[in-house]
Design a protein around this ligand. Structure first.
Ligand code: NCD
Ligand code: ZN
Length: 348
């Protein structure tokens, strides 16, 4: 039986660390296990310009533990009015790694997102010219589309045509949640890559809704069926270069999670590597974990992989229930809080 595995330090290609006291409380958990992370720009107000991103990066650096080598990678929150010249400036100055699409009102803090895809074409054309990556919350939020079909419809209606219109642009379909999404990415690789969260590989909508409503499991895109879960597990553990790690760790104050109108997002940074290792072990694919966690993402982004390593050990540990957040946020629940995990990541 394998009782430990050493891999190059992983990167997290989709992460929310928020701002202020929440940022300070959650940042150390990611810095411990990941070399780099793509930080989502859906703050309030969002990170829309190069100037916003420079300021946010400073706040992130200040929240890192002393001596940490962690490198934040920033993204530009795309709106109907994003200026291609500012995007270019941010990319050339090493501030923006990519541009992030939120269809307006698709998810948490996306109200300022895109309402008219014709308006963003000049930005896409500029990114294609620059070799900049386009990250997408890939859901069609047309109210006539069923919530479980949003990802498939987005691929069909928008992403498919965009791959032809911008053949030199590299896309990332983030937090893949369906077999349709998985198949679309494979069929359009290497132009399109996709990230996979721990929780879309763990749960089905029956876990979420079948035995009492678990508000904690409410995420966007929503957790789907067993067929989708199986497709995601097979994709991640295949080692195929188009699939890579993105935790979508998304902390919220507990009151917002447990409200009558609950907010989507799971805070999983403290347990993400433990869950990934468990899934890969269950699929008999621990040998493919390094490709998924540490090699495929950098390759899609045109960056070198990390050179230092981390070790994951088969060792039980109890996950704390929550983290304390000073001020009005008070506390955030941790994914698998109070449960026992079988794998533990040991910092390098
Ligand atoms: C994310 C958040 O809380 O910012 N929530 C989520 O359910 N995944 C936003 C997102 O990535 O959709
Ligand atoms: Zn997210």
């Amino acid at each position: 039986m394998v009782d430990h595995i050493t891999i190059r330090k992983p990167d997290d290609w989709h992460l929310h660390v928020r701002d202020g006291e929440m940022l300070k409380a959650v940042m150390p958990y990611t810095a411990r296990h990941f070399g780099r992370a793509i930080l989502m720009p859906n703050l309030t107000p969002p990170v829309c310009t190069t100037a916003d991103a420079i300021a946010y990066r400073e706040r992130v650096m200040a929240a890192l533990p002393k001596g940490s080598a962690f490198k934040p990678l920033l993204t530009c929150y795309l709106t109907d009015d994003t200026d291609p010249n500012d995007v270019e400036r941010g990319f050339r100055e090493g501030v923006f790694t990519g541009v992030k699409l939120y269809p307006a009102n698709a998810t948490t803090y996306s109200a300022a997102g895109v309402t008219d895809y014709n308006k963003i074409k000049p930005v896409l054309a500029r990114m294609e010219k620059l070799g900049m990556r386009f990250l997408m919350h890939g859901e069609d939020v047309d109210p006539t589309v069923d919530i479980f079909d949003r990802e498939a419809r987005f691929c069909e209606k928008y992403l498919g045509p965009w791959t032809k219109e911008f053949p030199g642009l590299k896309f990332i379909l983030e937090h893949l949640s369906s077999k349709d999404g998985v198949d679309f990415v494979r069929a359009h690789a290497p132009q399109v890559g996709g990230t996979i969260t721990p929780y879309h590989m763990e749960f089905t909508r029956t876990d979420w809704l079948g035995w009492g409503l678990k508000p904690y499991m409410y995420v966007m895109p929503v957790i789907k069926t067993e067929k989708d879960r199986q497709a995601l597990r097979k994709a991640a553990t295949s080692g195929e270069a188009c699939y890579f790690l993105g935790t979508d760790s998304a902390p919220h104050p507990v009151a917002k999670k447990l409200s009558v109108n609950g907010i989507p997002g799971i805070f999983n940074a403290p347990v993400a590597m433990a869950v990934y290792a468990k899934v890969f072990e269950e699929e008999g694919a621990l040998a493919k974990l390094e490709a998924f966690a540490s090699l495929n993402g950098p390759k899609h982004y045109g960056l070198p992989p990390n050179t230092i390593t981390i070790t994951l050990e088969k060792r039980t540990w109890k996950v704390p229930e929550e983290i304390k957040v000073p001020g009005p946020d008070e506390r955030a629940l941790i994914h698998h809080g109070g449960e026992t995990m079988t794998w533990q990541a040991v910092a390098s």
